[in-house]
Design a protein around this ligand. Structure first.
Ligand SMILES: Cc1cc2nc3c(=O)[nH]c(=O)nc-3n(C[C@H](O)[C@H](O)[C@H](O)COP(=O)(O)OP(=O)(O)OC[C@H]3O[C@@H](n4cnc5c(N)ncnc54)[C@H](O)[C@@H]3O)c2cc1C
Ligand code: SF4
Length: 489
């Protein structure tokens, strides 16, 4: 069934009034665990989701066809953070939120950050990770789906004696078709519409798709529910004992702001995990995107010391060729088969950007600082070091006006210091931090200065984490749910 875009409601017409213990807005990594845990405990729960059903790629279909269908169904939002470079941000707009589109990598919060987060107010999250894992079933990528690129990365890791391994994933029945972002055709990836929401429904939760929260209902500084618009443009008023906003780090702050919530710092501390990619040219076929998973192996040797995490990205030629053309790295089309994409995420500092509400929607700004640019350059050099240790013949950074380098020394010369921001290819799928714990929200997700109003999504991150965030969002959401259990029902 194709999801329909909610139409504007007829002015002043209330079509439906619902009453519940808890209303959750958003069905992604932050919303679904809260709704499920509360329903399991016997609370009356309504979850509203702006998008329709999650996308489902068809086996054997070219990836562009799946993407075209996703665009037609509007299963993702595209938000652009203004700055240099501009950062297009893709985030889900469907059942499962961004988890329906993600690559299935599922890392825990790094230990060195767990202690800092505890001090910021999250408390010890270990039991919540374990609880979320009962839904996600995380395990290391099966070596048969490493792909040649993944095997070579591990050879490099061993040659350098660095830390790294197989990426943990929440996709136990995966058959390695590498198109998770278009909607896993095997339903192997345990996105929230597969792992959590069926349990929530079984335990009585009402999940309303194509239903968009317009405004929170506030009585002074106490939340009392949501005004929403349904699939056919009908107005829906939800009276709720407690309201949980899980619209994601880009959309949660504007919804709060538009509803009249005033908390210092709301929408600030916008974090993105800036990243960079090297096209790594080997002397043998790599065949990215074939019989592998999107991210199979990683190297986290420098996560704590230099704030960077190395991951490979396995993308089909339809996506890799445009990126290679952007960087001027495509000398010979026949060599695409021999090219791997190895990238690095970096931990960004706070105060680089903010998200705010505008009359028409939202305004996003993000500017890389000197610290991020330094870290990015160092990270790209580390990726190059790893690639040459794995036997690469040459590497080309995916930057505007890039040059091919046949040695680490050449790469050092070809990567200007400082790295000019305008040469970078921006973009992110990890928006975080805009209602951070310790600044805008309390450790249990409650919005500071407000009663019965909670946030549960990537906005809660007190800092950037440097690893893919979904598992940590779900652990935090489990913590929010357990706190909410005191006093509902
Ligand atoms: C292509 C891609 C690949 C990724 N790969 C990985 C990966 O491999 N591993 C990993 O850990 N992370 C990955 N991520 C990131 C991860 O999926 C997200 O960080 C995570 O899902 C964010 O959770 P969230 O709850 O903050 O927001 P989301 O999961 O985005 O959920 C927010 C939901 O709220 C809904 N919503 C928004 N506004 C409203 C409203 N007004 N009314 C009703 N509903 C509303 C949205 O439609 C959406 O469904 C990836 C993301 C993308 C897009
Ligand atoms: S790689 Fe695995 S999890 Fe991803 S789409 Fe293919 S089968 Fe599903």
């Amino acid at each position: 069934m194709e999801p329909a875009e909610p139409k504007r409601p007829a002015r002043g017409k209330t079509a439906m009034e619902l009453t519940t213990d808890v209303c959750v807005i958003g069905s992604g990594a932050g919303g679904a665990p809260v709704a499920t845990e509360l329903a399991l405990a016997g609370a009356k729960v309504i979850l509203i989701e702006a998008g329709g059903p999650a996308p489902l790629a068809k086996l054997g279909e070219p990836v562009f066809k799946s993407f075209r269908r996703m665009i037609a169904w509007k299963t993702a939002h595209l938000s652009v953070a203004r700055g240099i470079p501009a950062n297009p941000i893709v985030h889900g707009r469907c059942e499962g939120g961004s988890t329906a589109l993600n690559a299935g990598s599922a890392f825990r919060l790094p230990e060195f950050l767990a202690r800092r987060w505890e001090a910021a107010g999250t408390g010890d999250l270990r039991e919540y990770f374990n609880r979320a894992d009962t839904f996600l079933q995380v395990s290391a990528t099966d070596p048969q789906f490493f792909g040649r690129s993944g095997e070579l990365m591990l050879e490099g890791v061993r040659a350098k004696n660095w830390k790294g391994g197989a990426v943990p994933r929440n996709a136990p029945g995966c058959t390695g078709r590498a198109i998770c972002v278009a909607g896993c055709p095997e339903k192997a990836k345990r996105a929230t519409h597969i792992s959590y929401l069926p349990v929530a429904r079984e335990h009585g939760a009402q999940v309303l798709l194509n239903t968009q929260a317009r405004k929170l209902r506030l009585k002074g500084r106490t939340a009392a529910g949501v005004d929403a618009v349904g699939a056919n443009g009908e107005e829906i008023t939800i009276h709720a004992g407690k309201t949980v906003v899980s619209a994601g780090a880009v959309l949660t702050p504007p919804l709060l702001e538009r509803s009249g919530v005033e908390v210092p710092g709301l929408g600030g501390n916008f974090l993105l995990h800036p990243g960079g990619v090297l096209a790594v040219h080997f002397g043998e076929p790599i065949d990215m995107g074939g019989n592998s998973v999107p991210q199979s192996t990683y190297c986290d040797e420098f996560l704590e010391s230099e704030g960077s995490m190395i991951l490979l990205g396995s993308v089909p030629p339809q996506l890799s060729v445009p990126a290679l053309l952007f960087a001027g790295a495509l000398r010979d089309l026949s060599k695409v088969r021999n090219t791997a994409f190895w990238g690095a995420l970096i931990r960004d500092e706070g105060n680089r950007g903010r998200v705010s509400a505008t009359r028409k929607g939202r305004d996003l700004r993000y500017a890389l600082g000197a610290g991020e640019l330094r870290r990015l350059r160092t990270a790209l050099l580390r990726v190059g070091e790893l690639a040459f240790a794995a036997g690469a013949r040459a590497v080309t950074p995916i930057l505007l006006g890039s040059k091919r380098s046949s040695s680490l020394r050449e790469l050092e010369k070809n990567l200007p210091d400082p790295l000019p921001a305008w040469r970078l290819l921006g973009g992110s799928v990890h928006p975080m931090g805009t209602c951070g714990i310790g600044r805008v929200c309390e450790g249990d997700g409650r919005v500071r200065g407000y009663e019965k109003l909670y946030v549960s999504d990537a906005s809660l991150f007190p800092t950037s984490i440097g690893v893919n965030p979904q598992f940590t969002i779900m652990a935090l959401a489990t913590r929010v749910a357990m706190g909410l259990l005191d006093g509902v029902g």
